[in-house]
Ligand binder design. Structure first.
Ligand code: BGC
Length: 379
């Protein structure tokens, strides 16, 4: 164990506090000192609520920082092939920047990830109108989605680096029906995986589609565009979209198109053939339900490999087309077009208006459960 890692392990462990300052679980130095670790620090305030930054460290010395503002992944630091540590997540590093409406860097997305066409849907004969925040459509849950909430935080387990965020989205929040109780647990495993477990219950039928909006750049430096990363997606089909990025409803084969990632392709190889760049939902062959590997991203320069496992039936591969240099990383580098990409596990966009797509309506009495794992290694 090198000195840096030892230093983490002898750090005094932490009490996670929920919003009203109540201790929810306390790790002390005696029990968990030489095992995995969680620390918390104050990270500012918004909406009259205190925000915290949690850092999870595993036995390999990987660390993940996550803030209770939006339940947002802020950094994931790991070694590349030559042992140099850097964060593979692109995004800002201060609460102030997160408050200035960035494009969802690392955040929990809800109540409905991606778009709902025409900012409305009909459920059980009643039409619900949502705020339109992306042309005529609703994107990522509305004007104040889950990414802009301060979540309650708790450390559920003193034996593993894990933090759980929870909150209630009230009946009528952003136009959606039903009080929705949501919890999202992040765990950093010793296999260098971030496991994300989502759960939700409601008291009225409502659409739910939760995801995480991490932007990855496996080189650890956004100055290197992700066009040289290679991607594999285990999907025979995808959902083509209209001009405002709403699925047409067709499930189209990827065969013979630039959307065919069944064998690895560099992202830059065929991107010019896709108007605007990649920003589409792939229909996973795994079909959802079971935790299955669905995608793999590699970067030859750093040797890093990111594998994605999910219980979701779809994945949005977004090649950072709208990143415009407005935000900077902790190192001061501008986050520009194609300097990072997202692999957002999900149900298909606009499902509440597409009866042919897998169901996204959660009923009272049911529990929404979804799991996604991002596993990082070097080769
Ligand atoms: C969407 C993009 C959108 C981005 C927000 C992605 O999930 O598919 O169209 O621009 O999120 O930054």
């Amino acid at each position: 164990m090198n000195q840096t890692i030892t230093a983490f392990f002898i750090t005094i462990a932490i009490a996670a506090c929920n919003d009203n300052g109540t201790k929810t679980n306390t790790m002390n130095t005696s029990a968990a000192q030489t095992v995995n670790h969680v620390s918390a620090m104050p990270w500012g305030e918004t909406d009259g609520r205190k925000v915290q930054l949690f850092t999870l460290v595993n036995q390999k010395g990987d660390s993940v920082s996550i803030t209770s503002y939006g339940g947002t992944l802020v950094s994931w630091t790991s070694a590349d092939r030559s042992g140099v540590r850097s964060s593979i997540l692109a995004g800002p590093s201060t609460l102030e920047q997160f408050l200035s409406r960035p494009p969802y860097f690392g955040a929990i997305i809800g109540r409905y990830g991606n778009r709902i066409g025409g900012a409305s849907f009909t459920l059980d004969g009643k039409k619900y109108t949502l705020p339109a925040n992306d042309g005529p459509n609703t994107l990522h849950g509305g004007i104040k989605g889950f990414d802009k909430m301060v979540w309650d935080a708790a450390i559920p387990d003193s034996t593993r680096p894990s933090v759980t965020f929870s909150m209630v989205s009230a009946d009528g929040d952003q136009g959606f029906p039903g009080n929705l109780k949501v919890s999202v647990r992040y765990t950093l495993t010793d296999e260098n995986e971030i496991r994300i477990n989502y759960e939700a219950v409601t008291d009225k039928a409502t659409p739910v589609n939760l995801t995480n909006h991490a932007y990855f750049n496996l080189t650890g430096d956004v100055k290197n565009l992700v066009l040289d990363h290679s991607l594999t997606i285990n999907a025979d089909s995808y959902t083509p979209v209209s001009a405002t990025l709403i699925p047409t409803g067709v499930i189209a084969p990827v065969e013979g198109t630039p959307f065919d990632f069944r064998a690895a392709h560099k992202i830059g190889e065929r991107i010019e053939q896709v108007k605007g760049g990649y920003d589409h939902n792939w229909v996973l062959n795994s079909k959802g339900g079971k935790l299955v590997k669905v995608a793999e991203l590699t970067d030859a320069a750093s040797g890093r490999k990111l594998e994605v496992m999910t219980t979701e039936p779809g994945i949005q591969f977004y090649s950072g087309n709208f990143l415009d240099g407005k935000f900077k990383t902790a190192a001061g580098s501008l986050i520009t077009k194609h300097s990072a990409l997202c692999l957002e596990t999900q149900h298909f966009p606009d499902s509440p208006n597409k009866p042919g797509f897998p169901n996204t309506i959660l009923q009272p009495g049911q529990t929404y459960q979804s799991e996604t794992v991002y596993r990082l290694s070097v080769q």
